[in-house]
Design a protein around this ligand. Structure first.
Ligand code: GLA
Length: 663
């Protein structure tokens, strides 16, 4: 053994010297490239030192040269065919400071993934990368959060260098080709079409509110057959109100008619313990208004949800995120003040004069209202959190009339660190408390756990009373990561079921403000194809569908992507399954979702930088027999399918179909 190692090293050195002398390659350190275009979720990349500005170090070994970065980071490099090799030692930096640090390194050249590190944690020895890049035009170096959020994810490309015999590598901007915003979906016709979930959960004796999502020309007359006692229908608006019936299942039929025709749809009310039997749908203010949110903007969002047609395909919740409370300090004087009143009750800030009036306004449209807080003393935005006031706040939210709570970990880390309980217990504790408190209110309040996937929240989120849980950190403006985020989220498919949803964060299309710096809304950087992929992925995963773009600036294309009733029907399917991922050749993959009526929804996705024919055999998709096929984005029937499905798909685009078995 002692002899083997030096001999191996000697041989390697000889081979390296030989290779070097043959190709006469120059060594170009990665750290000599322009770093300004590197995109990463936290901080800026560091040259020859870690993100904590210490010498680079992996598992106790120090490195003089290299790059300290932080997940999620993406680096586009133009090679122009002149680079022979890329070499590096990669790993989590020793100064990351937590066993929660976990990352994955990935190297892609010309749409081909050349190397993946697998999940690496702090203390894992460095992994060596040595890749042949001859002929490659572009290279992408990525560090992802390995699917559990970006906390502590300090990652090093140590000793990273190119061996170059031609054009020198240089950093480039992420290439974004211009694409026309093609509207694929026909506008809804004038005759009624009833949409929305086929199954709906509520708790016996609590207030009941449901606006029947219906496309078509108004005025319309609604009716309901077999509506349980205690519920009434507003026949003109199509809004059901009243008191949820005793425990049990009630099969109702809704009907809608206008001068152009009539439609009907079943609706099963399940009165019991579970809420959110299909993924919650709505709007959340965060990625548009950040700490600029006001009562007026929330009301505007409710108005637009109805006027734009979003409510007619099932969007329902109008949710306030952070910054509605007072903060100890903030640049806006109306947001600074005593956090609580003399009785210890939380106070809305100067932009929210009357929370009860706000929820009443939202409810008057048949929509529901959501609110946000943190189990810590302060929220992520530095506003009042619920720590020490949990019971009081749960009651306040119910009294104000809220129907949804996002509970965001934020400063709770400071509390948890002094708790001697085992780590998993510490993660569960604040959520179990709020879960119990919300169940005790005499309102149905859906609970969204926001703690970025810590402690594998998908395994226990439902047990502590959550109806959905974020599976990763903020999707933010790193929107070119939607495929990675979706694939990481889909890994937790087995934990998802009606009333318990994996949440990969909000739909960010239309006008959106950059998360970093809480920017003003501007057109989102995703191409039209990427926006179709976004909505297709979220629908196939049965993810909560919360649009977080600017409701005041909804254009026709954005409405088209958000409001395709047949795509949404896949998301809202009562079986509640997340699609299976099927890797295909090159940079393409498929997703296959089982639906309650025995049909399947299939998405084909093209991750390549160019238009590609993406194909899958029925066998690859795990299907057999003959199927009737419908293109869901275009809403047209495509005939029969027996062997394989394929489509020419634009860069980063999607093709989404539904298949019904033929006898
Ligand atoms: C965290 C959450 C976001 C948002 C902000 C508010 O970052 O993950 O979704 O709620 O806090 O400060």
């Amino acid at each position: 053994m002692t002899l083997v190692f030096p001999i191996r090293r000697l041989i390697a050195t000889v081979i390296l010297c030989f290779a070097a002398s043959v190709s006469a390659a120059d060594v170009v350190p990665l750290s000599s490239l322009d770093l300004t275009k590197v995109r990463q979720s936290w901080g800026r990349p560091q040259v020859d030192r870690s993100m904590r500005e210490k010498p680079l170090s992996i598992a106790g070994k120090a490195y003089e040269r290299g790059i300290g970065t932080h997940a999620n980071s993406t680096w586009w490099i133009e090679l122009g065919g002149g680079t022979d090799r890329f070499q590096a030692s990669v790993g989590v930096d020793d100064s990351a400071g937590s066993d929660r640090a976990s990352v994955e390194f990935k190297v892609t050249a010309d749409d081909r993934v050349l190397w993946e590190s697998g999940v690496m944690k702090q203390g894992d020895p460095a992994k060596a990368v040595d890749l042949d890049l001859r002929g490659a035009r572009t290279l992408i170096l990525q560090v992802t959060d390995a699917g559990d959020g970006v906390d502590y994810d300090h990652a090093n490309w140590a000793d990273a260098r190119f061996l170059v015999s031609g054009t020198r590598p240089q950093t480039m901007d992420r290439p974004v080709p211009a694409e026309a915003p093609v509207i694929l979906t026909p506008r809804p016709g004038p005759a009624p079409r009833i949409n929305g979930p086929l199954v709906y959960g509520c708790r016996p004796g609590n207030p009941f509110l449901y606006r029947i999502p219906t496309e078509g020309q108004r005025p319309m007359r609604f009716s309901a057959q077999d509506l349980p006692t205690g519920l009434q229908l507003d026949a003109q608006e199509g809004i059901v109100t009243g008191t949820a019936p005793p425990r049990g299942e009630y099969q109702v039929t809704f009907r809608a008619a206008n001068e152009h025709g009539a439609a009907q749809r079943g609706f099963k009310i399940v009165s019991g313990d579970l809420l959110a039997l299909t993924p919650p749908m709505g709007w959340n203010h965060w990625y548009t208004h950040y700490d600029r949110i006001t009562d007026r903007l929330m009301r505007e969002a409710a108005d637009v949800m109805v006027v734009s047609g979003m409510a007619d395909v099932g969007y329902q919740y109008v949710n306030i995120d952070d910054c509605w409370m007072f903060a100890p300090k903030h640049s806006d004087p109306l947001r600074v003040g005593a956090l609580r009143n003399a009785q210890g009750e939380i106070r809305p800030n100067g932009h929210f004069p009357d929370m009860k009036a706000l929820t009443a306004y939202i409810h008057s449209k048949g929509l529901k209202a959501g609110i946000y807080t943190s189990p810590g003393p302060l929220t992520c935005g530095g506003f009042a959190g619920s720590y020490g006031h949990e019971a009081q706040d749960a009651k306040t939210f119910a009294d104000w009339g809220f129907d949804f709570l996002k509970y965001d970990w934020c400063s709770y880390g400071d509390i948890a660190k002094d708790d001697p309980a085992p780590e998993l217990e510490k993660f569960k504790k604040p959520y179990a408390l709020m879960g119990r408190l919300l169940r005790e209110q005499s309102r149905d309040i859906v609970l969204n756990l926001c703690q970025y996937g810590m402690g594998k929240v998908w395994e226990w989120g439902a047990e502590v009373g959550g109806h959905s849980w974020r599976t990763a950190g903020d999707l933010g403006f790193e929107l070119d990561r939607i495929f990675d985020v979706a694939l990481a989220n889909a890994k937790h498919a087995e934990w998802q079921r009606p009333g318990a949803w994996n949440d990969p964060d909000y739909i960010q299309i239309g006008y959106i403000g950059a998360a970093h710096g809480m920017g003003l809304p501007q057109p989102c950087p995703l191409t039209p194809n990427e926006q179709y992929s976004f909505m297709s992925l979220w629908s196939l995963m049965a993810a909560p569908l919360f649009f977080s773009g600017d409701m005041g600036r909804l254009d026709e294309f954005t409405i088209n992507v958000l409001c395709n009733a047949e795509v949404i029907e896949v998301n809202q399917d009562p079986l509640g399954r997340c699609a299976r991922v099927v890797p295909l050749t090159g940079a393409s993959f498929a997703m296959v979702k089982d639906l309650a009526d025995g049909s399947k929804a299939v998405g084909l996705f093209n991750r390549a930088e160019t238009t590609t024919v993406v194909a899958a055999t029925l066998d690859q998709l795990g299907l057999a027999g003959t199927w009737r096929v419908r293109d869901l984005w275009r809403q047209v029937d495509l005939g029969r399918l027996q062997t394989r499905v394929s489509d020419r798909i634009g860069r980063h685009g999607a093709f989404m179909i539904r298949l019904w078995p033929e006898p």
